[in-house]
Design a binder for this molecule. Structure first.
Ligand code: ARG
Length: 461
């Protein structure tokens, strides 16, 4: 059969090979609610411009509602011969409303301005779902931070013991990137809320349609400024793909901590049975699969972004069929994230921390050496010299199998005349934590303030 939307100038219908290549209903079908919403808005604009009578608009809307109901119930489905969702839905509309009325809807619009609008509507909806789920994860992290109270743990740089920090401080360090991703979604939404509808194939429509009315009907803020740009650009899609990739990275970094913490060697956490998996051969295994899937899916989300960017690079104005390739990657990123986030949140909510073990390891690896140097500075020693004295003390302790607070007064003096027994008072984890009281620092008071700040920032979003 010849293509119903564009067959007239062709003597023959598309080859089966072309049809197989061209068909997109297997993935763009999920845009049908947005396609129907777009059609209703367009019908309103056609009526306002005098191209549909009030009665026709009424019947058109009823037919579109009927079409929606038939699709929802599975009574109307895509055929092999339907090139895309727009093509199929026009076929459905004509079936219900008749060719006379159904055939009027396409005036002044094209699949090019349609698809550019529908993908925005789809993403705005799913952005709301994703934001909601990210907020639930932030809440779960905040609840764990609150529960952790003043529990200490080893803070690391280069994976080596560095300085003690509060467990709550470390947990909240995984919440802030998520807050920024939420703020990114909020900012993106402003750019996404321009409506390409009425831009036609590329040049605009010739019927004086009220495109601002269409935008309003669709819940968008305003019509796009340039019809060529509106139908041909997909930076709004690429930016959302970046946001999902960054969220994947946010989760993946937290996941890596969880994977390491769950090892026998660390023994910092226990995963809940309902949020971990076993081995088919090793009966003792309890695996952090959710965290590993988060780490793995981050790669996939990054791939979807880079694939999409490669598709867009060098495309000339205006619409090109290459643009159909934007859908599968962005749909995949959205779907993956929507499945991952609830599982990840469940895992975080049910994590159990071995705070005794974490506290025991907090001062290990000479992680209070900076506090020795800081004590010397407060005693009037320039930091450069204090650093050397503290380093010499670490070397002395390592060679003699002692912790930093274990040498005798004579042994301290043998390392440096500036070192006195009083330094021991500075060598507690509590003292070290309390001393780091700069804004955003790990002192318990500061971490409590940070937690309150986080709650505020998320509430304001
Ligand atoms: N299925 C197409 C897409 O996803 C819709 C626009 C098709 N336009 C066209 N002139 N072939 O981009």
């Amino acid at each position: 059969a010849k293509g119903a939307l564009w067959g007239a100038r062709f003597a023959d219908g598309p080859s089966t090979e072309l049809a197989a290549l061209s068909k997109s209903t297997q993935f763009d079908w999920q845009l049908y609610p947005y396609d129907i919403a777009g059609s209703k808005a367009h019908a309103r604009a056609l009526a306002a411009a005098g191209y549909l009578t009030a009665g026709e608009e009424e019947r058109m809307r009823a037919a579109l509602d009927e079409l929606r109901a038939r699709i929802d119930s599975g009574a109307f489905v895509a055929l092999e011969s339907d090139e895309d969702v727009h093509f199929a839905l026009e076929r459905g509309l004509v079936e219900i409303a008749g060719a006379e009325l159904g055939g009027k809807l396409r005036a002044g619009r094209s699949r090019n301005d349609q698809i550019a609008t529908l993908i925005r509507l789809y993403l705005i909806d799913h952005a709301a779902t994703i934001s909601h789920r990210v907020i639930q994860l932030i809440d779960a992290i905040a609840a764990q931070a609150e529960e952790a109270g003043e529990a200490a743990m080893p803070g690391r740089t280069h994976m080596q013991h560095a300085q003690p920090v509060l467990l709550a401080h470390h947990l909240l360090a995984h919440a802030w990137p998520l807050v920024r991703s939420l703020e990114r979604i909020r900012d993106w939404r402003v750019r996404a809320s321009a409506s390409p509808y009425g831009g036609g194939a590329l040049a605009g429509n010739g019927f004086g349609l009220d495109v601002a009315l269409v935008a309003r009907e669709l819940g968008l803020d305003r019509p796009s400024e340039n019809s060529l740009d509106a139908t041909a650009s997909r930076d709004v899609v690429a930016e959302f793909a970046f946001i999902t990739a960054q969220l994947g990275i946010d989760l993946s970094r937290f996941a890596e901590d969880i994977i390491i913490w769950a090892t026998k060697e660390f023994g910092f956490i226990r995963l809940h049975d309902a949020y971990s998996t076993g081995s088919s051969i090793m009966p003792q295994k309890k695996n952090p699969d959710i965290a590993e899937l988060a780490r793995g899916k981050a790669g996939r989300l990054i791939g979807n972004l880079t694939g999409l960017l490669a598709t867009l690079k060098g495309l000339p104005l205006a619409y090109n069929r290459d643009l159909q390739e934007d859908k599968e990657p962005i749909f995949d990123s959205v779907t993956q994230l929507e499945v991952l986030l609830p599982a990840f949140t469940g895992m975080v909510t049910t994590l159990q921390f071995d705070t005794a073990r974490m506290a025991e390891l907090a001062p290990a690896g000479f992680s209070l050496a900076t506090d020795v140097a800081d004590w010397l500075v407060r005693d009037g020693v320039p930091f450069r010299e204090a650093h050397e004295i503290s380093g010499a003390l670490v070397r002395f302790c390592e060679a003699n199998g002692l912790e930093l607070d274990e040498p005798s007064d004579e042994q301290y003096a043998s390392v440096s005349a500036r070192l006195r027994g009083e330094v021991r008072s500075a060598l507690t984890v509590e003292g070290s934590l309390a001393a780091r009281s700069s804004p955003g620092g790990t002192a318990p008071q500061r971490v409590a303030e940070q937690l309150a700040q986080l709650t505020h920032r998320v509430r304001d979003l």
